[in-house]
Design a protein around this ligand. Sequence first.
Ligand code: GRF
Length: 208
Amino acid sequence: MNLGFFASGSGSNFEAVAKRCRSGELAAEPTVVICNVSDAGVFARAKRFGVPCFLVRRDDFTQGREFASRLLEILREHQVELVLLAGYLRKLPPAVAQAYPNRVLNIHPALLPSFGGKGMYGARVHEAVLAAGCRVTGVTVHIVDSEYDRGLIVLQRTVEVKDGDDPATLAARVLKVEHEIYGDVVKLFIENRVRVEGDRVRILSQVR
Ligand code: GRF
């Protein structure tokens, strides 16, 4: 299965999935990365894996439509079958999710629907979790939907909040789980075990 990634930052989630592809553990191939930040770390990581990384910024296009067309063109040229947002800090044009129904995923470093939404990314998520006094946080992988902001949850995993945690120590513990769960979700898609049924996702336990 060909994977396409969108990233804005360091790209450690890209690397974690790419490693499991290259080791043969996942029957998938990272075919392309699209990034909207010119000096993002993901460029170097993609290069190390021999995966092309394209800089595509909304501001380089006058029309949103042209921006969406360029993104779709890249995804199609690289025969992408599953799209993974991996630290992509821009709203994806709805046309992309429309072109890949239920096959655009995002990873969020908390247990949605808590600690999500506009402005909730990076350290802010972990600061909010700590400020709320939560004893657990976690990771959510959800489907990106163009029409409804449903964000149907595919998989979640909890992470303990420890006494004395600060946003950085908590982020590091959460990131470790991010690196495991995204590949696990890709595996579920490869095994065709993910079903969207109304407003929820069902994971089939039997591999056919
Ligand atoms: C991760 O915490 C991810 O959940 C969030 O942004 C961070 C990206 O990390 N959306 P990286 O760029 O994959 O290293």
